[in-house]
Design a protein around this ligand. Structure first.
Ligand code: GDP
Ligand code: IMO
Ligand code: MG
Length: 424
């Protein structure tokens, strides 16, 4: 029997690369689309036919009615935010209950996890991570310390389990002297969210996915965050709390490594980072402001300014290595349309030492650049690779040569239609 494969589409830098857009574009090729990590810290934007959606926990394959979407076991889910997100889609005419399954093994984010997120950040003083405040760290911590609640817990004696964990959190918060909060309303909405979630198939998604694969169906794993925010391989401790890399696809969906097919690594033609932590390519000048302005680089979840800089090949090569990226997808190329010169970071330098491999601690390194000519052409209306201006072709070839990985898609605008496939 022909067996199906799991392809993965992964952000390979600091997140917000445009994963939502490309998953939506790819969905017609797959039978199942599944999120394997993260939770409502993600904000995946999809724009088509004049409509715009920002998805947080729901996979970006949801707009294609024939496809099964899965929130996998590696995810964390906040019932109140899930309810709000799902109801917005239902109001827009999408019947989710027929096409969205949630893993019983995914962990629940409680309102008190969000308070703990704030409390831990406050306690960090100057070393704040700059989290999204969605309770991600505390929820994954409790998963690891085996005290968390899972979606499957909703189905059995839930009120008692909830009260028990909430009270534990309230005790920790009291010990931290973090008591200036009121979750009464939030808790009401959260409990409504739990009831709302019961209307969805809460299933053993790892079994469903493996059965689908055995039938020869194909699965697309939708990444969240990016490699440099991975708990093991990112710029620790300024990272998120899950494995965002390709290895996380196996643990986060319950599939074996030999099921993985293509690994699409998605990056922007430049760099951004939201939140604190080392970022050697960060531009503090008007060029950085110009990239932010043109690229609308403001967080989809928190509205914060995204920090901007030129493309970082040190980070990109590292990400390609740890993920096993087989194809690259370059996003937001149009944002660089008006620049005379485009810089690329090829190495980091500190105290006379130059490195091209990602160092253990990226703090305090300066970027070393090579310059390439800009294309000074409006890319947003292009539809085919043969229309690319020569300097864009040169930029693509340069990145492909440096990374030894083909760029098979170039995105020239936020709309589904502004996506150009290249011949390999
Ligand atoms: P994700 O988290 O990786 O799904 O990315 P986000 O949705 O957080 O951020 C990507 C932003 O860039 C969104 O506002 C998209 O609408 C937008 N976008 C995606 N691709 C392109 C592109 O090629 N050009 C431009 N100008 N915007 C894009
Ligand atoms: P998507 O899927 C960009 C960042 C936060 C913070 C750090 C830890 O849309 O690409 P957390 O709330 O996860 O504990 O925050 O990670 N971060 C993201 N940055 N895109 C994301 O998701 C992110 N999710 C978390 O800003 O620096
Ligand atoms: Mg995002």
């Amino acid at each position: 029997m022909t067996k199906g494969k799991v392809d993965a589409l992964l952000g390979i830098v600091f997140g917000d690369e445009g994963k939502g857009k490309v998953v939506d574009v790819f969905t017609p090729r797959y039978d199942v689309v599944a999120r394997f990590a993260g939770g409502p810290n993600a904000g995946h934007t999809i724009i088509f036919e004049g409509k715009k959606f920002v998805l947080r926990s729901i996979p970006s394959g949801i707009f294609d009615e024939g496809k099964l979407n899965i929130i996998g076991n590696g995810c964390v889910i906040a019932p109140d935010l899930f309810m709000a997100e799902a109801m917005e889609l239902e109001q827009a005419g999408y019947n989710l209950k027929e096409r969205l399954h949630i893993s019983k093994r995914a962990h629940l984010i409680l309102p008190t996890h969000r308070v703990l997120d704030r409390a831990y950040e406050a306690a960090k003083g100057k070393n704040k991570v700059g989290t999204t405040g969605k309770g991600i760290g505390p929820t994954y911590s409790e998963k690891a310390s085996r005290t968390g609640l899972r979606v499957g817990d909703i189905l059995d004696n839930f009120p008692q389990k909830y009260e028990q964990l909430k009270n534990r959190h309230l005790q920790i918060l009291s010990d931290l002297h973090f008591t200036d909060f009121d979750i009464t309303e939030e808790e009401q909405r959260w409990l409504q969210g739990v009831e709302y979630m019961r209307q969805y198939p809460l299933t053993d998604t790892e079994i469903e996915i493996n059965k689908a694969l055995a039938e020869g169906k194909n699965v697309l794993a939708e990444g969240a965050q990016g490699t440099m925010l991975d708990i093991d391989h990112g710029t620790y401790p300024f990272v998120s709390s899950s494995n965002t890399i390709s290895g996380g696809v196996c643990t986060g969906l319950g599939i074996a490594p030999n099921r993985i097919g293509e690994i699409f690594g998605i990056f922007k033609a430049y760099s951004t980072r939201v939140g604190a932590g080392p970022f050697p390519v960060e531009l503090f000048d008007e060029t950085g402001d110009k990239i932010r302005e043109i690229g609308h680089e403001y967080g989809a979840v928190t509205g914060r300014n995204r920090r901007c800089g030129w493309l970082d090949l040190v980070a990109l090569k590292y990400a390609i290595m740890v993920n096993g990226v087989t194809q690259l997808i370059m996003m937001k190329s149009d944002v660089l349309d008006s620049f005379d010169t485009i810089r690329v970071c090829v190495a980091y330098e500190k105290d006379g030492v130059r490195v091209t491999d990602m160092p253990y601690d990226t703090e305090g390194w300066n970027a070393v650049y090579e310059d390439l000519p800009g294309w000074k052409t409006d890319l947003t209306g292009l539809t085919e690779e043969c229309q690319f201006p020569q300097p864009l072709k040169d930029y693509i070839t340069y990145i492909e040569k440096e990374t030894e990985t083909p760029i098979t898609i170039v995105s020239v605008g936020p709309d589904r239609a502004q996506t150009i496939a290249r011949s390999k």
